[in-house]
Design a protein around this ligand. Structure first.
Ligand code: NDP
Ligand code: OXD
Length: 326
């Protein structure tokens, strides 16, 4: 244990688990393993406000981080941080987001899974199986005939791009600023969007939800994509955030044949309401915001190390830019 972490439970700042909807026990157990001397609390009792040094957050309750005079760093337990800014009272402190090999691998698995499912006609064969139909009359294109376009070339988008490239797909990507990814055709900014979209067969969205990207997956995007390709009309895969998509537009684009299918992991409203027509649409694959779940066992040691580094010399990595909100 380093000199700066040689505290005892009594004088060491506590960690506040300000999380909505997750089981705290798993996280408390995981942190107890890597920082047994540090207490995690799920609520701040009156009089205890000054004992909190760090907050772990996922959709924290509005105002729950105010009035903590010694709070130093806010750790988002997700890679996305829109859920942190949802609270307009979030204090002006460093926000660190999750960047972890575990989470990246999970997301890449999801993206590769969905891309291959559409590429290899998974939805069609499952529908045939339900009706006991043996039919192999649709040409399966080679991977190098298919262009996968990734919106968001950040930590997750880049990894997915590299793995898809490895599988033989043509991969292109779109970001805010110019980015370089080996073997990937890159486009950026509003001006580069049309050029990017017009070649895409499978559109993968791994953007953060910010004021700039809200609702971007709408007719204005679908209308700029090509009308056919080796898979028919383009396929949409969104694992970024539900707020990026206009669900009425997705349904209309599926109906009109502007999109041939969609795999959606995230939704405008979560859990997806039973009344949503997305549930029953045969062209839509729904997963319950499970593309890359945060694992307590993977993240606890990484966050404990970040706290140790921070207490040693003030180092903080994976900082969120408050202005850009990602
Ligand atoms: P990063 O911050 O590393 O990357 C974000 C990318 O989006 C960057 O390439 C950035 O461009 C680009 N971008 C941001 N704003 C714009 C814009 N206005 N126009 C064009 N491009 C833009 O994020 P991650 O890759 O780590 O994560 C992406 C998102 O994935 C998260 O924000 C989260 O919402 C989602 N996610 C979903 C999960 C799930 O289970 N469904 C799990 C984990 C994350 P530039 O490179 O120029 O900065
Ligand atoms: C994340 C998520 O942002 O799981 O990490 O959605």
């Amino acid at each position: 244990m380093s000199a700066t972490t040689k505290h005892t439970g009594q004088n060491m700042g506590k960690i506040y688990f300000a999380v909505t909807g997750w089981d705290p026990d798993i996280w408390i157990k995981a942190f107890a393993k890597y920082a047994p001397e540090r207490e995690i609390v799920t609520e701040v009792k009156p009089g205890d406000e000054a004992s909190i040094d760090y907050a772990l957050v996922w959709k924290q309750k509005r105002g729950s981080l105010t009035n903590l005079p010694n709070l130093k760093v806010i750790f988002s337990l997700g890679a996305g941080v829109d859920h942190v800014f949802h609270d307009d009272l979030v204090p002006n402190l460093p926000i660190v987001r999750t960047i972890s090999p575990d989470l990246t691998m999970r997301m890449t698995e999801y993206v590769v899974w969905q891309v291959l499912d559409h590429h290899r006609l998974g939805p069609q064969y499952r529908a045939q199986q339900l009706k006991k139909i043996w039919r192999e009359d649709r040409r399966q294109p080679a991977a190098n005939e298919v262009n996968v376009g990734i919106m968001g070339l950040g930590v997750l988008g880049r990894d997915a791009a590299e793995k898809l490239k490895h599988l033989g797909f043509n991969v292109s990507g779109w970001s805010r600023r110019p980015q370089d990814v080996a073997g990937v055709a890159t486009y950026h900014g509003k001006d580069g969007l049309s050029e990017f979209l017009k070649q895409v067969d499978i559109l993968v969205c791994l953007l953060p939800l910010t004021p700039d990207t809200k609702g971007i997956l709408s007719m204005s995007v679908f209308g700029r994509m090509k009308e056919d390709g080796p898979l028919g009309a383009p396929v949409l895969i969104n694992a970024g955030r539900g707020g990026l998509q206009n669900e009425a537009d997705i349904l209309a684009a599926l109906e009109r044949g502007q999109l041939s299918a969609a795999s959606l992991d995230v939704f405008e409203k979560e859990p997806l309401p039973e009344s949503s027509p997305l549930w029953d649409n045969p062209k839509v694959t729904v997963t319950p915001h499970a593309a890359a779940s945060s694992s307590a066992n993977a993240l606890a040691p990484e966050i404990v190390k970040m706290i140790t580094d921070y207490e040693r010399d003030g180092t903080l990595t994976n900082l969120v830019d408050r202005e850009k909100q990602y």
